[in-house]
Design a binder for this molecule. Structure first.
Ligand code: GYE
Length: 333
């Protein structure tokens, strides 16, 4: 009888395992908002992967670009006793206290996209994000090399830098990279530099005001595609030809930027992938299985897409641009 019971019990366990090979987990995600096409793709990608995973429940919070909302959300996650926290900070600073609370609650933290400045003082299980400095270098190096290919390598070139949300990791890193890249091209001078907050509407407004106040702009470096696309509208409204009168280099490589490049309105976009689910899901599974991950921020390999193809524009990481028209159909965001 005892033997029989043991077999039944073992069978029941196997069946239970067969039904669900994964633990029931509450995975919380503190997202910053929905300011750009990049952000929408990032949210959709991560939320779908977590919601679609066997045994996992998603607890999602959209902070609408407000740090105080994110701090509240993180404290809520702690109170709810979630199993994992995915976190992207809207700005770099001001996270020390709340992330220490996450650590005290012993909830594994996965940093995604933008790294907080206090990252070296806190515990986290893994980190995935863009190489923003390199992206910034690629933007201005692409412009410098493209101008050379047009025979304009010695011409005095006026550059406007439209920055992302002030204090965001992506703005700080890309600005640093933009200026580093420009050091290679003494003919290129920055004539305007202002935040367009990573949105299309503000990108358009900033460009409108520049076109009224700045004598001449030859190149627009837009730290994301959305702002570049907003600027395209402002340039057209002012009777100028975007992509010709003003060369436009965006960042992210969203589908709308590919369409603008193919249409001749934009010239290039530096890739920054929002698709982190394929990194994050196996990481959580691995952590559940007892694996550990290093403290390095893992950057996916990324490309450059443009109106000509073949422009060598890597800063520290080698890259040659691909003609956008050749790959537009394969883009997923
Ligand atoms: O480039 C921009 C978004 O942090 C990499 O945030 C991200 C940036 C992205 O709003 O479009």
């Amino acid at each position: 009888m005892k033997k029989f019971l043991a077999i039944v019990l073992a069978l029941a366990m196997v069946m239970a395992l067969g039904v669900s090979a994964f633990a029931d987990l509450k995975v919380a995600f503190s997202q910053i908002g929905q300011e750009s096409d990049w952000r929408t793709a990032n949210t959709d990608n991560l939320c779908a992967a977590i919601e679609g995973h066997e045994g996992w429940t998603l607890i999602y919070d959209d902070a609408q670009q407000k740090q105080e909302n994110q701090i509240k959300a993180l404290r809520n996650f702690i109170t709810q006793g979630v199993d994992y926290i995915l976190f992207t900070g809207v700005v770099n600073t001001g996270w020390d206290e709340v992330l220490a609370e996450v650590n005290e609650a012993e909830i594994p933290l996965i940093l995604i996209d933008r790294m907080p400045e206090c990252a070296d003082k806190i515990e986290y299980a893994a980190a995935f994000g863009g190489d923003f400095v390199e992206e910034g270098r690629r933007q201005t190096i692409w412009a410098g090399e493209y101008l050379k290919s047009l025979g304009r390598g010695d011409e005095e070139i006026a550059v406007a830098i439209m920055e992302g949300t002030t204090g965001a990791d992506a703005q700080v890193g890309r600005t640093k990279g933009n200026l580093e890249g420009l050091e290679k091209y003494p003919n290129m001078k920055v004539v305007a530099q202002q935040s367009g907050n990573f949105t299309r509407a503000e990108g358009q407004a900033v460009m409108e005001s520049w076109l009224k106040s700045v004598d001449k702009i030859d190149v627009l470096i837009a730290q994301n595609d959305d702002m570049g696309l907003g600027a395209v509208d402002a340039i057209k409204a002012a009777g100028l030809v975007p992509g010709k009168d003003i060369i436009i280099v965006g960042c992210d490589s969203v589908k709308a930027a590919f369409e603008a490049i193919v249409a001749g309105d934009m010239n290039a976009t530096i890739e920054c992938t929002p698709l982190y689910a394929d990194f994050v899901v196996p990481t959580i599974e691995g952590l559940e299985a007892g694996e550990t991950y290093g403290r390095d921020v893992l950057h996916p390999a990324e490309g450059v897409y443009d109106c000509v193809g073949g422009i060598v524009c890597g800063g520290e990481v080698e890259v040659t641009s691909t003609l956008a028209a050749d790959v537009i159909d394969a883009r997923v965001y």
